[in-house]
Design a protein around this ligand. Structure first.
Ligand code: G
Ligand code: MN
Length: 415
């Protein structure tokens, strides 16, 4: 039996310095694994390990079953720090934690951080008994524990920050996802609305400090909840499709990893998926791998349209446009801003328009804030846009017609 239970992946990122030390310890004692578990809510949660942790059921974030008992046994010196025959020992002492972990030999010590606060447990395990393991090795374990003290202070802080972030994001997911605002995507010449983009909106309260939408998604990546948060937002967004004015499509955002892993399964049984546009967002350097190309093909077969978000920025490489051949290319607002006065921006936009023509895609310009930006986009061959000039994001599903409709397009008079 594996002596661990899932605790919901509250883990810190692997810290090189600490894992190196763990590996030194493991090799010195000739053990299968050396690991660090944090003492939290009267439980031991595995954080990092070096060596073959998985054969003991050790995964970062997992709680050691009966770990509380084990921790106190070690703390109160009720069990020896080092044992070459833990099988016999566990039986004699009825130590269920050791028994369940299937440990033949172990060395372990409790840890305090640089402020002398209890931190957790440092332990080494082998499946086989190891009669040559000597009491002397206890000194080595202590030596490593002393070495670790200062790093643990950093680790604790990192852990506290991460677990707060993890809880805030979990709360949002459990409450049914972030709030939503809808921003119209309109024809630049007539102002006619063709679609709305669902934008996640977080209430500042749930996170403690105020974070932007971008920061929420970046934090979700940091703690490994990116896909879950993406899906929670998408679930909430697609629920409004039946209430959208007829003919309007709905654009939702998804990170490449969500697209490559779970999105197909989610979309498969979705009614109205022919009204759905999936915008593949990008906030880290990433090259579309074969799994993304496959997943995009699958989504398209299901009737969903694919957009590449933020095109023209460093994040959304041209390679991705060529590989994924999206139905829609969304020009990032950094290209839109000041396009009316910048020939370089116009040239890049014209390039994207030409590319879209080749792959049979539509271009949408994001972040249009002025009439002159709209006009410049139209002259560059872009027919659709989004931005404050065309319509603000709003909780309402019925987009308001832009104020300029009927005023007469100034761009006709342009040279
Ligand atoms: O990454 P994505 O393009 O999905 O992000 C869109 C974000 O840009 C939203 O948060 C939205 O509120 C914001 N936005 C929409 N239109 C404009 C605009 O005209 N100007 C600026 N500065 N931001 C905009
Ligand atoms: Mn978007």
């Amino acid at each position: 039996m594996v002596g661990t239970v899932e605790s919901g992946a509250r883990v810190i990122e692997p810290d090189r310095k600490v894992t190196d030390l763990l590996d030194v310890l493991r090799q010195h004692l000739g053990m299968d694994v050396a690991a660090l578990a944090i003492w939290q809510d009267r439980q031991l949660v595995v954080q990092l390990f070096a060596g073959d942790g998985r054969s003991f059921g050790l995964v970062p974030g997992i709680t050691i079953r009966n770990g509380g008992e084990l921790y106190r046994d070690v703390q109160d010196e009720r069990i020896p720090m080092v044992s070459g025959n833990a099988h016999g020992y566990a039986r004699a002492r009825h130590s269920s934690a050791l028994d369940e972990l299937d440990v033949g030999a172990y060395a372990m010590t409790t840890l305090t951080d640089g402020r002398d606060e209890p931190y957790g447990l440092l332990f080494c395990l082998t499946h086989e008994a190891c009669p040559t393991l000597q009491e002397r090795h206890q000194q080595f374990v202590q030596l490593i524990a002393t070495f670790l003290r200062d790093s643990l202070l950093d680790l604790r802080e990192m852990w506290q920050t991460r677990s707060q972030i993890w809880s805030a994001i979990s709360d949002v997911i459990d409450s049914g996802g972030p709030g939503m605002a809808f921003q119209p995507i309109v024809r630049l010449d007539t102002g006619e609305v063709g679609a709305v983009e669902a934008l996640a909106r977080f209430s500042a309260r749930s996170g403690g400090r105020i974070r932007t939408t971008e920061e929420w998604f970046r934090d979700a990546r940091l703690v490994g909840l990116s896909t879950e948060l993406d899906l929670a937002a998408i679930r909430r967004a697609v629920a409004v499709i039946p209430d959208l004015p007829p003919g309007l499509k709905l654009a939702v955002n998804a990170s490449p990893s969500t697209v490559a892993t779970v999105l197909g399964e989610f979309v498969k049984d979705l009614p109205h998926r022919d009204r759905l546009i999936i915008e593949i967002t990008e906030h880290e350097n990433y090259t579309a791998g074969p799994e993304t190309v496959l997943a995009v093909g699958h989504l398209r077969d299901l009737g969903v349209r694919i957009a590449i978000d933020d095109a023209g920025t460093g994040y959304s490489g041209l390679e991705k446009l060529v590989l994924l051949r999206p139905d829609v290319i969304k020009i990032d607002q950094v290209l839109t801003r000041g396009i009316d006065v910048d020939p370089a921006r116009r040239a890049l936009t014209a390039g994207l328009v030409a590319l879209a023509g080749e792959i049979g895609g539509t271009v949408i310009a994001e972040g249009i804030e002025t009439r002159t930006e709209r006009d410049a986009m139209l002259r560059s061959g872009v027919h659709y846009g989004q931005g404050y000039y065309l319509g603000m994001p709003s909780p309402s599903l019925v987009p308001r017609t832009p104020a300029w409709v009927g005023v007469g397009p100034s761009w006709r008079r342009a040279p």
